[in-house]
Design a protein around this ligand. Structure first.
Ligand code: CU
Length: 164
C-alpha cells in the first residue's frame, strides 16, 4: 500500500478504534488512558496511562477516579521473592521534571474498586486525574479486551508513529 493511503486509512480508523488519544494541560502531556474489560463477577479494574512532565518542577498524581467505581486508589505492583503485591501510593505518584512515568500492568496503576457494572471492551470510561499543581484533568479511559497485554499496546503505539 502507498504511504498516503496508509495515512488516510489510519486517520479514518482513529475515531472508531480510539487509539492515541492524549491530553495536554500546561506542561503535562497525558497519553492514552486505558483499562481492561472486566469479567461479569469482577469488582475491580485497573487504569493505565503515561504522563510526561515537560516542565521544570516535579508534579505529583495524587488521586484519580473512574466512573462506575465506588472507590479508587493509586497502587504500585512490587515483586518480592517471586510474589507480586500491590502497594498503596499514599502520597501519590511523582512525575519528575522532564520525565515520563507510565502506569502499566506490573507497575503503577489506578485501582478501581467496587465496580457498579462490568467495563465492556470498546466502551470509554470518563475519569478524573488529580495533580498537586495542575489540579483536576478530565480524561476518558478506553476499555480494551480482557487479556490485553502491555506488549500489544506498545506495538500499537509503534505502528501509530510510523504513519506520522
Ligand atoms: Cu492495585
Amino acid at each position: 500500500m502507498e504511504p498516503m493511503k496508509n495515512l488516510l486509512l489510519a486517520l479514518t480508523l482513529l475515531p472508531t478504534l480510539g487509539f492515541a488519544h492524549d491530553y495536554t494541560v500546561g506542561d503535562l502531556h497525558i497519553q492514552h488512558p486505558w483499562t481492561r474489560a472486566t469479567a461479569p463477577t469482577a469488582t475491580t479494574a485497573a487504569g493505565y496511562l503515561a504522563i510526561t512532565n515537560k516542565g521544570t518542577t516535579e508534579e505529583t498524581l495524587t488521586a484519580a477516579t473512574l466512573q462506575g467505581a465506588g472507590h479508587t486508589m493509586l497502587h504500585h505492583t512490587q515483586t518480592e521473592g517471586g510474589v507480586a503485591k500491590m502497594v498503596h501510593m499514599g502520597s501519590g505518584i511523582a512525575i519528575p521534571a522532564g520525565s515520563t512515568v507510565t502506569l502499566q500492568p506490573g507497575s503503577f496503576h489506578i485501582m478501581a474498586m467496587q465496580l457498579a457494572a462490568p467495563y465492556k471492551a470498546g466502551d470509554s470510561i470518563p475519569g478524573t486525574l488529580t495533580f498537586a499543581n495542575a489540579g483536576d484533568v478530565k480524561v476518558d479511559f478506553i476499555v480494551k479486551p480482557l487479556g490485553t497485554q502491555p506488549d500489544a499496546e506498545a506495538e500499537t503505539e509503534h505502528h501509530q508513529h510510523n504513519h506520522h
